[in-house]
Design a protein around this ligand. Structure first.
Ligand code: NZQ
Ligand code: ZN
Length: 387
């Protein structure tokens, strides 16, 4: 096991009616806030009204910026930064999913910076401080509610890039599983895929003696797999929604990665797809992860066989570990299909026309992955495998 420092200070407030605490929680961090949200789901669900009432009850002054699109755009981030500076806002409240939270995080960094916020994503500069952020989560998926990272898309060239800093971790995250009842099943499934991918990125590591975190990863994956069919068949099953929501946070709050080095190539390979084609990140991962697995499994057949056996209950064939490993990859693919995800690029109407460009963009700063290092040619081959 590697040495590590683990610090995740986000206060989690989990359960029914917890959104009513948003005013009180926000007041502890700021006096004048930016209320940031997406394309309208919080208005049609009635959540917007509850949030506004709670803020008013606490006498908090706030400005609003809605309209965050999935795969959030830097142009709206820039608007938010200008608002924060103009009105001297001191706190950002994100109400929504990963896209809203990521947009809020980028605004929080930009508000404390004199240059263009994209500098943090292009690598020109690094984040050193942020305005504090609070979150009311409406979709369990990206794990951004407790992560220290943000992913934003620049429409100028369709670059989807990540940056991060410890001060980006939200101060609090309110998680009420009932708020997820209104999710379309496709979005629920995209979220499930993304949280599984966050665990898998950490699971496939070269670090030895990581038994505890292996087991924690496997348990979290199993919980997601067990509850996924229930939330899709019965979207108002509170307990199943609660399991999935908490799993989404655990998958990406860094605990499962302690003492190990995660891979993250599949995420980088996927970001090129959702950056150009604007598909849901989770759907892109359902396509890329199995392809990546097929490309790299020979690097550590034993680990892939362990994954197949412990997560998918595939019988361990000690005389033919490769068979077990391949059966686990197949099960992963079948599961994504069973929850309604595309598992090939063609199912998502994506052709070969940008393969070369995407492979080049994905590797232009550094080789991808840690489990297996991938160069431009490898990434191109993975897109080919995902056809
Ligand atoms: O915009 P609205 O109208 O709110 O609709 C959203 C959006 O269309 C809808 N939705 C959310 N909650 C709902 C709801 N509809 C009905 N009822 C509800 N309760 O769902 C759609 C998707 O929302 P989005 O925020 O885009 O989803 P998600 O949470 O999956 O976020 C995806 C983004 O997060 C990034 C992804 O790359 C992608 O851009 N990621 C961020 C990470 C991080 N910061 O740590 C890590 C991840 O790996 C990921 O890369
Ligand atoms: Zn992800």
């Amino acid at each position: 096991m590697n040495d590590f420092t683990f610090q995740n200070g986000t206060k989690i407030i989990f359960g029914k009616d917890t959104e009513q605490m948003v005013g009180k929680e926000s007041k502890a961090h700021g006096k004048k806030l930016l209320l940031h949200y997406g394309g309208g789901s919080i208005k049609s669900s009635g959540l917007y009204e509850k949030i506004v009432n709670s803020l008013k009850e606490e006498g908090i002054e706030f400005y609003e910026l809605g309209g965050v699109k999935p795969n959030p755009r830097v142009s709206l981030v820039r608007e938010g930064v200008t608002m924060c500076k103009e009105h001297e806002l001191d706190f950002i409240l994100a109400v929504g999913g990963g896209s809203v939270i990521d947009s809020a995080k980028a605004i929080a960094a930009g508000a404390k910076y004199d240059g263009d916020v994209w500098d943090f994503f292009s690598g020109k500069n690094q984040v050193t401080e942020c305005l504090p952020i609070g979150v009311v989560l409406t979709i369990p998926a990206a794990g951004s509610e407790t992560s220290s990272g943000t992913v934003v898309t620049n429409e100028d060239g369709w670059f989807k890039r990540a940056t991060g800093h410890l001060t980006m971790r939200p101060q609090f995250a309110i998680l009420n599983p009932i708020l997820t009842y209104t999710l379309p099943s496709y979005q629920t499934a995209c979220g499930i895929t993304d949280m599984m991918a966050h665990i898998l990125e950490r699971y496939f590591t070269n670090v030895k003696h990581v038994e505890l975190t292996d087991r924690l990863c496997e348990a979290t994956l199993k919980t997601i797999i067990n509850n996924a069919p229930t939330v899709l068949e019965n979207p108002t099953n509170y307990d199943a929604r609660a399991e999935i929501m908490w799993a989404g946070t655990i998958a990406h709050n860094d605990l499962l990665g302690t003492g190990r080095i995660g891979d993250w190539a599949s995420h980088d390979i996927e970001h090129e797809i959702s950056g150009i084609y604007d598909i849901a990140h989770g759907a892109g991962l359902a396509i890329i992860f199995p392809a990546w697995m097929k490309y790299v499994y020979k690097h550590d057949v034993k680990r892939f066989a362990q994954f197949a056996n412990r997560v998918w209950d595939v019988e361990l064939d000690l005389n033919d570990l490769e068979k077990t490993a391949l059966a686990g990859i197949k099960k992963t693919e079948q599961f994504f299909r069973s929850i309604g995800m595309p598992i090939t690029l063609s199912e998502a109407n994506i052709g070969e026309e940008h393969f070369e460009e995407m492979a080049k963009k994905a590797t232009e700063r550094w080789a991808l992955g840690n489990f297996v290092k991938l160069q431009e040619e490898d990434v191109y081959r993975i897109y080919q495998l995902a056809k």
